[in-house]
Ligand binder design. Structure first.
Ligand code: GLV
Ligand code: MN
Ligand code: MN
Ligand code: MN
Length: 390
């Protein structure tokens, strides 16, 4: 099997493409087609595919679930109207790195698996890194099974079973994970870099409940309009994040009844907050919540806040990152504010990430892009790292 990056990329590029970017949601049509593509690629390379019972797929070279396996891969799913590189680049690169090692006649001393994790973005079931959380036992299978998508379908229903949960013998069976990913900011100025850390981050749902009423007949003084409290909270989050040197985003909102001529009865908004340090993040979220409650009291609105996900600060193993950087001719080592399955696995096994340059830094957007030459360089770098580890 010998394919070029351009050939494999052309195969997956149309899958899940919509007028504005990509819509690839976990275990739904376009993502299912990508999972079939994964099985097909594996078969073309005589790599047996196993599934861990959590929706994560593994294509094996040199033994299955033996001891100390080295995993490489990422995820197929996207955010709504996302880019094509965030996730799939790591999986395509995994297969091509295997091809490269075989071309060089490499015989791995320990199993290598290309992995596709399920619902990394949380775009369907709301919780990011669902597959890696299940694999590592960071979420109970029953809790994961009960997560619902926007149509009310549960993860358990989509998977067809209750997930299996933590892989028995996880830390002896998985020796390392190397995830290659498009860089999602503007910090990387050469084709390939190495991750040092992931900012702690999380999602908080704010429910603002007021009083629905007629837009034309309700006096301004008589209103209990949750949209006002919501709008104030969005501005407060932005201001607090700027003051803290952190990031706060409100990008998803639901309104009831969502009619032009009715004062809303409910506004539900999701805060995504991230900071370089946990203390800063905690302080930021606390400040936003306090300001929401203070404002709600003035507006006659009720507020409730639910933390829907939290990802701890991740420091990738310094010695592994340094060794990889060295191996790649002193590749730069940089932190990121984006979450990854590698971050979840890093609490259990040696983990590293390679970043491929993103010329504009734009991601989670149709404008996300990496140059073909940089992707090819990323694949060569991944092959070098796998050669060293196996
Ligand atoms: C996932 O990509 C995230 O960082 O939100
Ligand atoms: Mn992403
Ligand atoms: Mn990603
Ligand atoms: Mn991510």
């Amino acid at each position: 099997m010998s394919a070029t990056f351009a050939e494999l990329w052309a195969e997956i590029a149309p899958i899940g493409r919509v007028a504005n970017g990509y819509e690839r949601y976990a275990l739904q049509e376009p993502e299912l087609v990508l999972r079939d593509w994964f099985r097909n690629q594996a078969a073309r390379r005589d790599m047996p595919v196993t599934d861990d019972g959590n929706g994560n797929l593994f294509a094996w070279w040199g033994g299955q679930w033996g001891h100390d396996a080295v995993l490489t891969g990422s995820h197929f799913d996207s955010v709504p109207h996302g880019g094509g590189y965030d996730g799939p680049l790591g999986i395509v690169s995994g297969f091509l790195a295997v091809d490269e090692l075989r071309r060089r006649g490499h015989v791995p001393r320990r199993p290598i698996a290309v992995v596709a994790f399920v619902d990394e973005e949380g775009g369907r079931f709301g919780l990011p890194c669902l597959g890696s959380r299940l694999l590592t036992g960071a979420i109970e299978p029953e809790t994961a099974a009960a997560l619902t998508d926007r149509e009310g379908v549960t993860f358990g229903e989509a998977l067809g079973t209750t997930p299996a949960g933590r892989l028995p013998g996880l830390t002896s069976r998985i020796g390392a994970l190397i995830e290659l990913h498009i860089e999602q900011g503007r910090a990387l100025e050469v084709p390939v870099g190495v991750a040092s850390a992931i900012w702690p981050h999380g999602r908080w749902r704010f429910d603002f409940t007021g009083h629905g009423d007629h837009a034309g007949t309700t006096r301004m003084a008589d209103r209990r309009d949750p949209m006002l409290t919501f709008a104030y909270t969005v501005l407060a989050a932005n201001k607090e994040a700027r003051l803290a040197g952190a990031h706060a985003t409100v990008a998803r909102v639901e309104v009831e009844p969502n009619a032009t001529n009715a004062i809303p009865s409910l506004v539900r908004g999701w805060l995504d907050a991230r900071a370089a340090e946990t203390n800063t993040l905690d302080g930021l979220v606390e400040a936003v919540i306090k300001r929401a409650y203070d404002r709600a009291a003035r507006d006659g609105v009720e507020v409730s806040v639910t933390n829907e996900s939290f990802s701890q600060e991740v420091s990738f193993e310094t010695s592994l990152a340094a060794r990889i950087s060295e191996l790649l001719g002193h590749a730069p080592i940089l932190p990121t504010g984006a979450g990854h399955d590698a971050g979840v696995l890093s609490a259990h096994v040696p983990t590293a990430m390679l970043f491929v340059r993103n010329p504009t830094g734009v991601s989670h957007s149709p404008a996300e892009h990496a140059e073909e030459a940089d992707c090819v360089e990323g694949i060569q770098a991944l092959a070098r790292v796998l050669l060293d580890l196996t």
